[in-house]
Design a protein around this ligand. Structure first.
Ligand code: EPU
Length: 443
């Protein structure tokens, strides 16, 4: 795995284009299993998670051609194919193939999924809902596989007790070819889901979001090929916005999606950041004055996303006063704190008083690791200093890149494979903004 060497302290300035959304690309690739015709997907980010998903699909018989940011995929299904554990376990979304495989072939053998280590991250909500549609699914803890079988998926009314982003998508991918109507109640609202729906409808599906948290899917007998361009990545945009503000720079972001970033933009403004719409898809981010502390509670869309809290924490190390971040979606998403402390950040853990944690938090409260905490208190401003850093979660490693960009001196970040999972050619692109950042092979 490579490492990044960053010499911080330069204000980032210039123009940068946001790449396509990882969390759409992966799901649309899974949708290729729903047809035998070619699916042409544009604006796919060149990241390792996409590569990993193509490896999963190759195991299932999908043929792919990658030309820059366009991927062509055709499903030549292999009967009895089974994704090897080591291939499936790299990626949480590998489990999503279960829906299309059950819908089309009546059988699915899928490995227990991997992905970023953000706590237990079970897929019980996906499995229970697929069972409601007529699937018989068992997990074999000896070999780490889910074994699914069905005589035919049928429509069902599914009420998710708690929000699940990929659970909602897994059910959509299963229901498009099921017999009859499926209604997803308390379905997740993330905009990436609507982009998947738009692509599936272009392939001949019949899916409607009838109100913000209800999705109605009328099963069709077959889907056909299509050509689709995916939306830009919201998480990249907020990373560039924070980089601009923290380094006292001035960055103009192309392919901007202000309409999907309302909660972020409000917090950014409250913190003293400035954003200026240049046109419908271009936004300028900067911050000339002092940075103010904020209190953030993460939540599902349209709230402040859990993916943004790690970069936000490093931003708040530069604020004058005490900021708090309360994580409510995942039970373990503060792995970056120990690394930021190495750079001089003043961060303490605490547990907010929550009367009914089992219903308040999005994760299963019973899965919580004893002694872990759900909130942090950051006292700033801190002149961060350089350090040697290592981390294992995608958004957290992007956070350390931000911290190193603001810290004078040379920082080294190990475990860069994590950032490659979700950010396309990050060092090359940051260099165009004036960052001093280099990738070096680990000895
Ligand atoms: N959960 C369960 N059981 C389930 C499903 C979820 O307990 O069956 C728990 C999870 O463990 C978590 C909470 O419910 O604590 C919410 O999980 P959700 O299913 O909504 O999240 P996800 O689908 O696993 C996706 C994104 C994440 C993003 C979250 C929130 C993908 C591939 N991943 O995760 O993105 O943070 O939604 O929007 O779409 C990332 O891109 O780095 C990333 C982690």
């Amino acid at each position: 795995m490579d490492k990044l060497i960053i010499t911080g302290g330069n204000p980032l300035k210039g123009e940068i284009a946001v790449a396509g959304a990882k969390n759409v690309a992966l799901k649309i690739l899974v949708a290729s299993l729903l047809t035998d015709e070619e699916l042409v997907i544009h604006n796919v980010p060149q990241i390792s998670d996409v590569q990993f998903m193509l490896e999963v699909l190759t195991e299932l018989g999908v043929q792919s051609t990658v030309e820059g940011n366009t991927i062509r995929v055709v499903n030549k299904h292999k009967t009895d194919a089974k994704v090897p554990l080591e291939v499936g376990s790299r990626l949480r979304t590998s489990s999503m193939v279960m829906g299309p495989l059950l819908a089309r072939y009546g059988r699915a053998t899928t490995p227990n999924p991997g992905g970023c280590r953000l706590g237990a991250r079970p897929i019980d909500r996906h499995i229970d809902a697929l069972k409601d549609m007529g699937a018989d699914i068992t997990y074999n803890s000896n070999d780490g596989y889910f074994y699914g079988h069905t005589e035919g998926l049928h429509g069902a009314t599914i009420h998710f007790e708690k929000n699940t982003h990929t659970g909602t998508e897994t059910l959509i991918l299963a229901a498009v070819l099921a017999k009859g109507q499926t209604i997803l109640e308390n379905a997740a609202e993330e905009v990436e889901i609507d982009d998947l729906i738009a692509c599936l409808n272009k392939m001949g599906a019949n899916i409607k979001r009838t109100d913000p948290r209800t999705i109605v899917i009328d099963g069709v007998s077959a889907l056909h090929g299509a050509e689709y361009s995916i939306i830009p990545d919201r998480n990249e945009e907020i990373t560039f916005a924070i980089a601009a503000a923290m380094t006292k720079g001035d960055v103009t972001v192309k392919n901007s999606q202000r309409e999907h970033l309302a909660a972020f933009l409000e917090a950014f403004k409250n913190a003293g950041g400035t954003y200026e719409p240049v046109d419908g898809t271009t936004t300028r981010y900067c911050c000339g004055g002092s940075i103010h502390p904020t209190d953030i509670v993460t939540s599902q869309y349209p709230g402040f996303m859990t993916d943004w809290q790690a970069p936000w924490a490093v931003f708040m190390t530069q604020a004058t006063g005490v900021s708090t971040i309360h994580e409510t979606v995942f039970e373990s998403r503060f792995s970056y704190v120990s690394e930021l402390k190495k750079m001089g950040a003043h961060i303490e853990f605490f547990d907010p008083d929550v009367p009914h944690p089992d219903t308040f938090y999005n994760f299963n409260w019973a899965d919580r690791v004893e002694g872990s905490h759900q909130a942090i208190r950051i006292t700033g401003p801190t002149a961060l200093h350089n350090a040697v850093l290592e981390i294992t979660d995608l958004r957290a490693v992007a956070t350390l890149v931000l911290a190193a960009l603001v810290a004078p001196g040379e920082s080294i970040i190990h475990g860069v494979g994590q950032v490659d999972r979700g950010y396309e050619r990050i060092e090359e692109r940051l260099r165009t903004l004036g960052a001093t950042i280099e990738r070096v092979k680990e000895e």
